[in-house]
Design a protein around this ligand. Structure first.
Ligand code: ZN
Length: 314
């Protein structure tokens, strides 16, 4: 194999109310609000990005807030849990913080060598905070209301629910460069080649699960890292060579994207590390003002009028 995915780039989900989403991720979870922009395919709605202080690939959780839209349904063919990495000693601190915020928390629960907390965001999106047995050297964002010593380090990984797992497992290991690294009940664990933080994907085998429905409170897609444009182009050729439809490369301003469905139905994206989130505002001011791609700048006044006002929690 001459190419291997290094790990997660971002996870994109659907939210309901934008302010409630902002209050939870930038407030309760203490992530940095790193980009306030619009859905390029539906510019009358927001696209929010949260991450670490440097908005690093592997830390970026993004949302399309669709106020008033119906809830989706967790099920097969979806990413049914998104896990963030926290320091090993911070589990109790987080359990208290979430309960104080009125969040119903399951855990601590053991999973492989780790302990985790499991809970839903305000729209029913399933999240996990994983206190990893291995150390996670990534720098947290300490500029919010969560002290850096407890801060989220970035993603731990994702869980995909599948009616059958064999073809997805084969794609991960034979094409994308993942390694099978554990089995517990109906959960099969895989790690990206580097095996560092933010590289875990679990397949949950549930033959009877109904198909998931993407709407509020569900993950829309999972993006994997391609360090550069040449890597992404090679991936397009490789995936296409499997007979799988993969989209042309799309410019998302902060990275370039190409999308395909894995055999179980989960939408995957391969996203470039660059050019990054400081391309249209300074690294110190990320997320403070509405950023628009060049082709929507002429519509700024109209869009600012349409989009609901929001306030970043302090
Ligand atoms: Zn994406």
């Amino acid at each position: 194999m001459n190419q291997a995915i290094p790990g997660l780039h971002h996870v994109t989900a659907i939210a309901g109310d934008p302010q409630r989403n902002l209050a939870f991720y930038a407030g309760t979870l203490g992530m940095r609000f790193v980009k306030r922009t619009v859905n390029f395919d539906d510019p009358g709605t927001y696209h929010f990005y949260y991450g670490d202080g440097a908005a690093s690939p592997g830390s970026i959780m993004t949302f399309f807030p669709w106020p008033g839209a119906p809830r989706g349904r967790q099920g097969a063919g979806l990413t049914t849990a998104t896990a963030f990495s926290i320091p090993g000693a911070s589990l109790g601190w987080w359990a208290t913080r979430l309960k104080d915020a009125g969040v119903s928390v399951d855990g601590p629960l053991p999973r492989f060598d780790d302990q985790l907390l499991s809970f839903d965001d305000p729209d029913g999106l399933r999240l996990e905070l994983v206190a990893t047995a291995a150390s996670d050297p990534r720098e947290p964002w300490g500029g919010g209301s969560v002290p850096a010593e407890h801060g989220i380090r970035g993603f731990h990984g994702v869980t995909l629910t599948e009616n059958s797992v064999d073809r997805t497992a084969a794609l991960l290991t034979e094409t994308l460069g993942f390694r099978a690294s554990g089995q517990s009940g109906n959960r099969s664990r895989f790690h990206a080649a580097d095996a560092g933080p933010g590289t875990t994907v679990d397949l949950l085998h549930d033959p009877a699960a109904p198909r998931g429905i993407v709407a509020v409170g569900t993950v829309h897609h999972v993006a994997w890292r391609a360090p550069g444009d040449a890597d992404q182009e090679r991936w397009r050729k490789t995936i296409s060579g499997l007979g799988t439809h993969i989209t042309p490369i799309v410019d998302r301003c902060y990275f370039r994207s190409t999308y395909f469905r894995e055999p179980g139905g989960v939408l995957f994206e391969i996203a470039t590390d660059g050019p990054g989130f400081a391309i249209d505002e300074s690294p110190e001011r990320l997320g403070e003002t509405l950023r628009l791609p060049p082709w929507l700048e002429s519509r700024r006044a109209e869009l600012e009028e349409t989009l609901p006002a929001i306030e970043i929690p302090t």
